[in-house]
Design a protein around this ligand. Structure first.
Ligand SMILES: Cc1cc2nc3c(=O)[nH]c(=O)nc-3n(C[C@H](O)[C@H](O)[C@H](O)COP(=O)(O)OP(=O)(O)OC[C@H]3O[C@@H](n4cnc5c(N)ncnc54)[C@H](O)[C@@H]3O)c2cc1C
Length: 493
């Protein structure tokens, strides 16, 4: 028989990912007693399995490497790349504080920033890499939170609904997955950090009816189910830009998923070419990002492609998914990758190009011509490919059998829209009035505010803003609970 348990805290944080660690540190440092619940049987959410990159502007590491950046330059890139649909106030709030309140803040709490990389849409390199990737950053912050006294992290505990008194959120009713017990957690303030909905195909299709026409894959952490959106919606919270989803197209269906819904992101195939179902190239394959590669593949009919490689190009294949990591790291286990290559029905090989065409069901003549034309451009030493402008320096021809084809299917990775909030992370109702007693941050809130990214993200613009908005939410939740002064540096407007 299941039991009913009641608990009490100052600040309850729902979700243990980026928001979970940032909000709990912030609230605890203000002096509040903090409790974290997590629906999965493990902690960390998407944050702990992420690449860990954060878009940060004008940091000490950039200066050390001679990279001249500023919040203004980053803001211009952000707004331009987002095609004008970003939340400008939140974008500026974040970028102006990203060096001090994220880079330095995290460094002071155990995060070791080790690199700065370039990404599509940025005028300078600003994708800051932490040591150990997303696992590195999440563990450092989790360790900090625990050391500061956030000692209750309840896994397999899913928030189901708010407990409400006089129109104010005073706690959360949760369910324990293992025992079925109901847990009522009463709190002076609640921070919702339940992540996005990129692992809920039904919800994706609800907000993007166009996706019903072709296959797309679920591709975030398994907890990204849109739970917080539903719970806040029941309190009258509004959402915005829910149709803006960040897709990657260098992904294959996960053959181990019994429902056939999940995908695996495949990297490390820089010399492959992409052909569509008609056996034709259609794009500069160097442009793989969510703003370039994704729309190119999604506009094919049907909306998938094959990445074509030869035997010299498969060595670097990596899969960004914990199933393929050496346990406890974010490094691929070569044996697991070899097994995937052998077993996955989405990875096909043949000794001839003709044979490959027939296996993947594309017209052989068109396919063999596409490869030959590309090879000839490489062979002639052309600077760029005449069809799609791909730079060809040091490129290899596709000529050594066996040949491989990877079936790339669009994969939903990140939700760019979400619950609308003000600059204190208070979710808003349809009259733009804050819902009392609760805060929303991270991917649930389109990373921050509702949609801090526009149509496209500069990369690193998900984890960074999720950590930052987590801090903001944690600080204001603590203040509401009677601790600290809130996140004192609000945007100057
Ligand atoms: C593989 C991968 C790589 C990525 N790499 C990058 C990157 O390099 N740079 C970047 O900027 N972004 C990256 N992202 C995106 C980034 O990780 C997320 O946007 C960010 O972690 C969001 O933080 P969050 O706290 O809102 O959500 P999460 O970190 O996902 O945490 C949410 C947590 O809430 C839990 N939860 C959900 N519902 C409930 C409930 N009802 N009750 C209790 N708990 C609940 C979930 O299980 C989850 O653990 C990546 C994402 C993925 C999946």
């Amino acid at each position: 028989m299941s039991a009913q348990i009641t608990m009490k805290t100052n600040v309850l944080v729902v979700g243990s990912g980026a928001v979970g660690v940032a909000a709990s540190i912030e609230a605890r440092e203000a002096g509040a007693k903090v409790l974290v619940i997590e629906q999965a049987d493990h902690l960390g959410g998407a944050a702990a399995i992420s690449g860990g990159g954060c878009c940060l502007a004008d940091t000490p590491l950039q200066r050390e490497r001679g990279i001249e950046d500023s919040a203004d330059l980053a803001f211009d890139d952000w707004i331009r790349f987002g095609e004008g649909s970003a939340d400008e106030v939140w974008a500026r709030f974040y970028l102006e504080r990203s060096s001090k309140d994220l880079f330095e803040w995290a460094a002071n709490r155990g995060v070791n920033w080790v690199g700065v990389n370039m990404n599509e849409g940025n005028s300078v390199a600003r994708w800051h890499a932490p040591e150990g990737g997303g696992g590195g950053i999440w563990h450092a912050l989790h360790d900090t939170a625990v050391a500061q006294g956030v000692d209750t992290w309840m896994t397999s505990t899913a928030a189901k609904e708010f407990i409400v008194e006089d129109g104010r959120v005073v706690g959360v009713r949760a369910e324990r997955g293992d025992s079925g017990d109901t847990v009522d957690i009463m709190a002076d303030a609640v921070v919702m950090g339940t992540g996005g909905f990129a692992s809920n195909l039904d919800m994706l299709r609800e907000h993007r009816p166009d996706l019903r026409e072709h296959r797309v894959l679920e591709g975030s952490h398994i907890g990204a189910q849109g739970n917080g959106h539903r719970i806040l919606g029941e309190m009258g919270g509004i959402t915005t830009h829910m149709d803006e989803v960040w897709f990657y197209v260098f992904a294959i269906p996960d053959h181990r998923d019994p429902k056939g819904r999940r995908g695996l992101v495949v990297r490390g195939v820089p010399d492959g070419i992409w052909v569509n179902a008609q056996g034709l190239r259609f794009h500069n394959e160097d442009l793989t990002g969510g703003a370039s590669g994704a729309p190119a593949v999604m506009s094919q009919d049907p909306a998938y492609c094959w990445s074509i490689l030869d035997s010299t190009m498969t060595d670097g294949i990596s899969v960004s998914d914990p199933q393929y990591y050496v346990p406890g790291t974010s490094r691929n286990d070569p044996a697991k990758i070899a097994k995937l290559m052998e077993e996955s029905p989405s990875i096909v090989s043949a000794d001839t190009l003709d044979g490959l065409a027939s296996q993947i069901g594309v017209p052989s003549g068109a396919f063999v011509d596409s490869v030959a034309r590309y090879n000839s451009s490489v062979d002639q030493g052309l600077e760029t490919d005449p069809d799609f402008g791909r730079p060809l320096a040091n490129r290899r021809m596709i000529e050594r059998p066996p040949y491989f084809a990877l079936n790339f299917v669009p994969l939903a990775r990140k939700s760019f829209g979400g619950v609308k909030t003000n600059l204190r992370c208070q979710p808003l109702d349809k009259h733009y009035r804050p819902i009392p007693g609760v805060y929303a941050a991270g991917e649930l809130a389109g990373m921050a505010g509702g949609h801090i990214n526009g149509k496209n993200g500069l990369e690193g613009t998900m984890l960074g803003p999720s950590l930052f908005s987590g801090r903001v939410a944690g600080a204001w939740a603590a203040k509401e609970a009677g601790f600290g002064a809130g996140f004192t540096e609000t945007a100057a407007r």
